[in-house]
Design a protein around this ligand. Structure first.
Ligand code: SF4
Length: 202
């Protein structure tokens, strides 16, 4: 498996925001979002086996795990084996995905956070995947402007989504404007800013 890094931090986004979490960042991404804040995840990464990943995770003594990227599902077959082992060890695992690759095969041992790409990213997710989101999963719209908010609102209206929905403004964008859009339109979402960037952790 190609790995960029393993580290412990506070989860800055999503359902587990604020929880101490071990992040496993896998290498490679199939998109190129305009505001990507993890460009280093596009690097080739270093080859690592599951035993070594589990050894490093164990050292942190933390049961919460977030598998992120890049796009972790580019390595789905190896990831399935890792997930099954981590799950048997009692870990609670979330996978952050950009919503372009079918996550069905990994849902047995992990919850999904599907990032739905909005127009300002310059990329697009596969909206058909939204029907695979279960009640334990979540969907995140990273919104950069009012046009993104409008797009996200239309997606929510057109696609029944069972999991929790987050609106997360792009770092440094108009937080107030996004918050007002949510309020003015009574959107069934949770507004959230990226906590890790505010408190200055990774
Ligand atoms: S999907 Fe994520 S890692 Fe890939 S380009 Fe977009 S923001 Fe960056």
């Amino acid at each position: 498996m190609k790995l960029i890094e393993i580290f412990k931090s506070l989860q800055g986004e999503g359902r587990d925001q604020g929880k101490t979490t071990v992040f496993i960042r896998l290498a490679g991404c199939n998109l190129n979002c305009s505001w990507c804040d993890t460009q280093h995840s596009h690097d080739e990464g270093a080859e690592i086996d599951n035993d070594e990943i589990i050894r490093q995770v164990d050292e942190y003594g933390c049961k919460e795990i977030c598998i992120t990227g890049g796009e972790p599902l580019l390595q789905a077959s190896e990831l399935r084996v890792l997930l099954s082992r981590l799950s048997r060890l009692g870990h609670s695992i979330e996978i952050e995905t950009n919503g372009t690759i079918d996550f069905g095969p990994v849902q047995d041992n992990a919850t999904i956070c599907m990032d739905v790409k909005c127009p300002s990213s310059g990329e697009q997710s596969d909206l058909a995947l939204l029907r695979k989101i279960s009640s334990g999963d979540s969907v995140k719209f990273v919104v950069g402007d009012q046009k993104d908010c409008q797009y996200a609102a239309e997606v929510i209206q057109q696609h029944p989504i069972r999991g929790e929905i987050f609106f997360s403004p792009v770092a440094g964008s108009d937080y107030h404007g996004v918050a007002c859009y949510v309020l003015d339109n009574n959107l069934p979402v949770r507004f959230q800013v990226q906590l890790h960037k505010i408190i200055g952790v990774r």
